[in-house]
Design a protein around this ligand. Structure first.
Ligand code: THU
Length: 160
């Protein structure tokens, strides 16, 4: 018997204006598109901005549904849209922000498990890491150098 441990690492920034310039702009676009969330049920708005290696930025916000599971998170709206219109482009960076209409989110809000699995698919496909920056409405921004930090021991095509 042996113990196996996995360590993951993040960088914390304390304010948007402390981010590198390109990421600051990406996060500002995520903040702006967050307003477009269709979130009448949860009142929880998420915005995502994705930078591709062709220079394009693709945005997404969460889209809810009266049949709750039929809705989709902002991260998957954005990444599926990027895959649909630029199938050959690599995803370089993602900025994610989440804000509630009912309380101020002040800690970094990471992508949910299903979104992590979806992002993992693209990272595996392109074989280069995707930088992920995530925050609440205010407060620290966390940076992950790769999706792998958020989903260690992930399931991918290599197991099939
Ligand atoms: N949501 C996202 O858009 N991304 C996540 O990673 C977590 C949750 C959305 C789904 C739903 O519309 C609302 O936030 C509350 O869960």
């Amino acid at each position: 018997m042996k113990e196996i441990s996995i360590t993951t690492n993040f960088t914390a920034y304390t304010a948007v204006n402390e981010l590198p310039n390109d990421i600051q702009s990406l996060m500002e676009q995520a903040i702006a598109v967050r307003k477009n969330a269709y979130a009448p049920y949860s009142k929880f708005r998420v915005g995502t901005a994705i930078l591709l290696d062709n220079g394009k930025i693709v945005l997404g916000s969460n889209q809810e549904n009266a049949a709750y599971p039929s809705g989709l998170c902002a991260e998957r709206v954005a990444i599926f849209h990027a895959g649909a219109i630029y199938p050959e482009a690599k995803i370089l960076k993602m900025a994610i922000t989440a804000a509630s209409d009912t309380n101020k989110t002040s800690s970094p809000i990471p992508p949910c498990g299903a979104c992590r699995q979806s992002i993992a698919e693209y990272e595996t496909k392109q074989d280069t890491p995707i930088e992920i920056y995530f925050m609440g409405e205010i407060g620290d921004i966390y940076k992950s150098e790769s999706l792998k930090n958020l989903l260690p021991f992930m399931f991918d095509k290599n197991f099939l």
